[in-house]
Design a protein around this ligand. Sequence first.
Ligand code: 3H9
Length: 690
Amino acid sequence: MSDFVKVSRDGDVAIVTIDNPPVNALSFHVREPLLQALVSLRDDPSVAAIVIACAGRTFVAGADITEFGKPVQQPDLRALIATLETIAKPTVAAIHGTALGGGLELALGCHFRVADAGAKLGLPEVKLGLLPGGGGTVRLPRLVGAVKALRMIVSGSPIGATEAHAAGLVDAVFEGDLTAHAVNFAREIARKGGPYTPVRDRDDGLEETDLAAFDAEAGALAKKARGLEAPIACAQAVRNAVTMPFDEALAAERALFVRLVASDQSRAQRHLFFAEREAAKTSAKDIVKRRITRVGIIGAGTMGGGIAMAFANGGYPITLLETSQEALQRGLGTIEKNYAVSVTRGSLTEDAKRQRLAQFKGSTDYADLADCDLIVEAVFEDMAVKKEVFGKLDAVAKPGAILATNTSYLDINEIAASISRPQDVLGLHFFSPANVMKLLEIVRADKTAPDALATVVDMARRIGKVAVVVGVCHGFVGNRMLAARGSESEALLLEGATPSQIDQAFTDFGWPMGPFQMGDLAGLDIGWRNRKARGLTAVIADTLCEQGRFGQKTGRGFYLYEADARTPIADPEVEALIRTKAAEKGIAPRAISAEEIIERTLYPMINEGAKILEEGIVARSSDIDVVWVNGYGFPVGKGGPMFWAGLEGAAKIIERLEYWHDRTAKDVFKPAPLLKAMAETGSWEAGASI
Ligand code: 3H9
């Protein structure tokens, strides 16, 4: 017996309980006693059947991710499962919560699996840049078929107990006391008598695999991989399960796992896994949080409507405020339409849609916000307008209500100082569409009360957001670094690159789209308005806006949009405009390489990131990575800009920044002191917190 693995008896059924909080990961200190327990129960003639269950909130959520990259301590997971499969008496996994990764693989080593009705089962290793390395790619297809296994393993998304039952992954689904049900199930099976076939020897799911259909599906999935190795390896491993004998396929899976676990991509994705959890750890444990039972949203436009939906999806009742009945009805109409689309797509039931809509109360009167505990304004991005709104909130909001602005750029300290309760003011910077995008920058102003901050950090989790707490500065983390990238994108155009060439360099790097495609999608007028307010210019983008070319919404921007209004088509008119503007500035076009494009756009971003760290705008460099991966599409396989900078090496980045600074004298290339210090000490390791 150990603290982490306990054995108890219910008559002739043995119950092995794994107890390794918080998620029962299969750390070495679990594997070792688990193996010993299984061997002794295997050899104990008084035991007729074995149930493997877990204490706490979940079944095993996987291998212990913190052990990756370190020498493996035996027994490893594969040895554990191999031993499990030597047991002739029936073995039953009792799954509650989530059986993920190595957890599901352990369950696949049992003869049978029973699950609580609310349980979820999956192999999410791909999200860590890995493939299931404990036989999951070889055993799962034997139960659910190759195509379903392919979809589960390449997407990494878990399925519910009912679906798992229908697919043959789970043998029975129970409600109530799962361990008691599992014991009865095991006893009944034992009573009927064996032999019991281990999953490795079953091939019910593999019969009649249509390899051509499998390859077609795998090919389509590979296209979406965008340079990530893991999804391709996952598909290969599942295919091996169909075409190779079990042991050969298992060995091939192992070889792929060993390669992936050592790859930069997997290191990057594991870094992000912990970075996201770390970023949300700002709320001190002993702080009493405020209660949020109703949320007020001011503004029912695209942003306000999206924010309102995000809160409604998290279960909050909403008061949605607009300036007129007409605007309110328009906003509510859009929300209803968006939910209807979700119903059509099958991601929401008609019932759930009705329920969500019932959570909304519309109003045109500020007094109706008096019962809200959190009020988020999403009005026009203008300091005077925001201050007017906050003045009204100061008059009507209940004491202790948290007052949040969704500004992307404005000084929240100035907004807070304009009312009588600056301690209740903070920023909630959502990203559009706010009901879809995962990132939430939570902006802590100078006087924001710690309990207000802790409350919204918790709330962010409830509405499914990845939260990063940031300090006040122009553009906060994301948009501030974006500006450093943007000015160079335009300079590259003037020097001879085309929008397509720059965007191509970005997509080759792994971004879903390049800066010009992104600008066209978001609307070029937004940046134009912001530049005008600050007395800044961007000659090409400004000219396009003056011509009414705002991007996709007007059918023209840096590109043309025709048939489906979404596919960018290179526009010779824009290229001619760029050449004209360059000639006016006396710039002769030259050939520009993809390498230069990446260096001149991403290195200034990293430089800005280092300044953000120096100023204490974020607590750790990994927070910046979380912002960029979740809000701006920075490739997950590169771990975010700061992690990637570690891979590039601070010395190389400094050297190139200085090179461009000498040539252009631009501030964006002037190395930040922190970056210089890193280069000098050589201490910037990938993934290290600086
Ligand atoms: C694998 O299994 C490979 C095998 O195929 C082959 C091996 C040879 N390890 O997310 P939470 C920590 S790869 C270590 O906030 P929730 C987490 O860091 C693995 N630590 O809770 C956090 O720590 P802290 C495949 C882990 O309720 C705490 O637990 N499995 C692990 O929102 C709570 O986590 C996965 O990828 C782990 N495996 O969500 C599943 N998992 O409190 C990964 C969690 O110090 N895990 N921690 O910040 C999850 O998806 C979620 O944690 C889960 C719970 C859904 C389980």
